[in-house]
Unconditional design. Sequence first.
Length: 101
Amino acid sequence: MEPKSADSAPDGRSHAGEYKLLHKYLRDRMADRLVLTFGEIEDLLGFALPASARIDQSWWGSADPAAPRSAQTDCWKLANRTATVSMRAQRVLFERDQTRR
């Protein structure tokens, strides 16, 4: 059995797909708090966020921990971060998840 890599989800599947570059950026930063605008996230990814990311708060993560995670949620969860979005300011606060130490 192969060991799980740092880029694997808890269930062993590959994570984040197209959001892998954001995952790597968040994972490799030492700061406990990072604020990125939607534009900065798009620059990191190399493509535009979907329209739903700009108008639907739930795109950034479900409040239900039992709900299946999306690829974008996987990218920050696997980097040990939480995401708090400000739709009005179009920016996201990524904080180190202190509950997973």
